[in-house]
Design a protein around this ligand. Sequence first.
Ligand code: BEZ
Length: 237
Amino acid sequence: METTESQIIPMPRIGDKAPEFKAVTTQGPINFPADFSGSWVILFSHPADFTPVCTSEFMTFASQEEKFAKANCKLVGLSVDGLYSHIAWLRTIREKIEYKGMKDVEVKFPLIEDITMEVAKKYGMIQPGESNTKAVRAVFFIDPKGIIRAIIYYPLSLGRNFDELYRALVAMQTADAFSVATPADWQPGDDVIVPTAGSCGVAKERMENKTDMKCYDWFFCTRPISKEKVFDAVLKK
Ligand code: BEZ
């Protein structure tokens, strides 16, 4: 059947409210994003259960779940496989797979079954140029108010870097907490970027070194924020 204009679901964008759905998961039913209100959520898709790249990703993400939880972030996975396939795969991971020093890994976060592809289509996870039948590796960062704050897509062959996902999460929380931006390759403890001077007077002051900022030019100034301050703001007590 040909796809008509009315069947095309627009892909969610940064700044949009996370599309709502109810789903069955390996941890019981969920009502998304309402059930996660007050927390950051990373909603991510993988192409298929019982595949090697996905297995390496699930073992890595599950091993880091506590680190994300401490930064007030819950994880929710999705593929277009059914619930029993999910359960069997997660049991296999726990019972049989030893990989890069990880073993006995229990995936405690919910994994959505999406046989109808309803959720995957709502979130633009089915990208026909890559696959009509599998979700790409999508990552949606959703903030405690249910707003999409960042989206990353990877092709089927490319396993994600979970240190980068954590860095992005902490950077966005830092930007929110301190009203700053974060430069290329920023890591907690590195200088952050302050909002650009909004008047000639402020620009002049900054260029005359009358503030504690370091200015590379009038529009590009940074200030230090210690790692401790970042983690004080970001990590749950
Ligand atoms: C994998 O996870 O290994 C995989 C899944 C789908 C296509 C290619 C690789």
